[in-house]
Design a protein around this ligand. Sequence first.
Ligand code: ADP
Ligand code: MG
Length: 314
Amino acid sequence: MITAPAISIRNLVKRYAGNGSEPGKLALKGVSLDVPQGQIFGLLGPNGAGKSTLINILAGMVMKSEGEVSIWGFDIDHDHRNAKRAIGIVPQEIVFDPFFTPYEVLENQAGFYGVPKAQRRTEQLLADVHLSDKARAYARTLSGGMKRRLLVAKAMVHSPPVLVLDEPTAGVDVELRRQLWELVKRLNDEGVTVVLTTHYLEEAEQLCDRIAIINHGALIANKPTRELVDMAREKVVVLTLAQDMAALPTHPAFVKCRQSDPRTLEITYNKDRTNAGEVLAAVQAQGLAIIDVTTREADLEDVFVTLTSGEYTD
Ligand code: ADP
Ligand code: MG
């Protein structure tokens, strides 16, 4: 049996319309990616990268400009109804009618999706997100964390095989973050494919099987989490040398060695495999005298730079 991707995106372009004085914004510049079934898939990128634009296209809330998208094998243009039924979306912004109760929010959503009364799981869903005791409270009386959980339940009302969460933990406290992670993991264990966006590498690292990074509307990485995290375990040493170097030093533990001017060397190494002392010794062993040293941790920014520089290829 061939397992089709849960979500397939090809050459997706989004150009937001400008308004007379301002030019339109090219928010997605031809993104292609597949989300495998059964995974927790992280879509990472800094603010403004285009994550919500991509999610909102999946949700049918933003019209794409070009490209193809299918969800669970259903094309969003040609098979809109089935595509919509296959996905549940937890949006970045919390919006509820403050005068509905959680029970009503879920019943209304079930009605919207045409889920027959007999097949509704309202009580079960409320229990799943630990809101049974708030079933009859007004939405406006719920805490931020309860509202987030209610949004997850709302997204699952029609039992979609794919759940998408847009920045579920932005600005939430540690306890709520833990609760949301548990909920996401439990749904995934039950077979739901999960896509979540975040701008925290650490969060994606702990939860996701695979991570895609977008920056300025372009996909710059799409790798198993392990591989990406290894890149973030890198450290950079910048060395100032006493004289111009004739050739770049080499060493098996160097991930990358770059000369920014004749007397400045930038060496990237994996801190699990070696350390700054060994790096310096290796450089000195090649006859280069060092007069100054600085080091820094590689961070997501470095991973971005490394990826965009084209020095890593898939
Ligand atoms: P992210 O979710 O990664 O922070 P967004 O998808 O929200 O990024 O935004 C991507 C880019 O598109 C940003 O430059 C943003 O200002 C712009 N943008 C988002 N929504 C709109 C809109 N409705 N109209 C015009 N520009 C928009
Ligand atoms: Mg966003």
